[in-house]
Design a protein around this ligand. Structure first.
Ligand SMILES: [Zn+2]
Length: 258
């Protein structure tokens, strides 16, 4: 069985979601994490997770939304993870590709969410796009200033240097459908070299459907396609890859008890 470490179930309608979940189950996806992108939306996805035994959620502010609400107070954000279905913080990070919020505000929001993750003892899901050096720098500065914290780089599409910086700091790396794209040889090369105990898989649904569904709306069921490619890259059976990534998920997301 596979776990989709990062998806957006609230981007499907209430009518669509039961079918999406049924197809996930048929594809061997036993659990999924639906991700917070703003504080009001995080409250809404918590309701989705409360109603579904195999769905977890996070609470956080996407870098696109960093200027739309105040920089969160780390203690208040950490307190929101006391709910049993809230197993992480994020997605937080830096997106210098779209630059939808001023970079200084993105950085302040990212740092506040790192501090919340450390306080709460839950992992931070990090979104990094065209910002490798600043993400690596902030991870390092926050660790040096305040101590270690758990995190994963979600939907990995950055350079090798950021993957190495994350791994050096105890971070995990989660691969999405991008891994399956013909042009993604550099991502596959990095995926081959990530330590086995730091690998995760995700869809980022409804975005970034893997081959052979590219261009269609993505959904958690399709994580099996990404996992199959990752198993090939790692020269493992799909079953062994599923076992490995499930064990990694449980180690990182400690609240998601089996
Ligand atoms: Zn993201």
């Amino acid at each position: 069985m596979l776990i989709d470490t990062h998806c957006h179930l609230d981007y499907f309608t209430d009518l669509e979601r039961p079918d999406v979940l049924a197809r996930a189950a048929l594809s061997g996806v036993s659990e999924m994490v639906t991700i917070g992108v703003s504080l009001p939306q995080s409250a809404a996805i918590r309701l989705i997770a409360e109603g579904l035994p195999n769905v977890w959620c996070t609470v956080g502010i996407h870098p696109h939304n960093a200027a739309a609400e105040p920089v969160p107070d780390p203690s208040a954000l950490a307190a929101m993870t006391e709910h049993p279905k809230v197993i992480g913080i994020g997605e937080a990070g830096l997106d210098y590709f779209y630059d939808k919020a001023p970079r200084g505000i993105q950085q302040a929001s990212f740092r506040a969410q790192i501090r919340a993750a450390r306080l709460a003892g839950v992992p931070l899901a990090i979104h990094a796009r065209s910002a490798d050096e600043d993400v690596a720098r902030i991870l390092r500065e926050e660790r040096d200033a305040g101590g270690a914290f758990d995190f994963l780089l979600h939907c990995f599409s950055s350079g090798r240097g950021l993957a190495e910086a994350a791994i050096e700091q105890g971070g995990y790396v989660s691969f999405s459908g991008i891994l399956t794209f013909p042009k993604s040889q550099d991502i596959r090369d990095i995926a081959r070299d990530v330590p086995a105990d730091r690998l995760l898989v995700e869809t980022d649904a409804p975005y970034l459907a893997p081959v052979p569904f590219r261009g269609k709306r993505n959904e958690p069921a399709f994580v099996a396609k990404t996992a199959a490619v990752l198993a090939g890259v790692r020269d493992m059976t799909p079953e062994a890859l599923a076992d490995l990534t499930r064990a990694n998920f449980r180690r990182l997301f400690r609240k998601a008890a089996a």
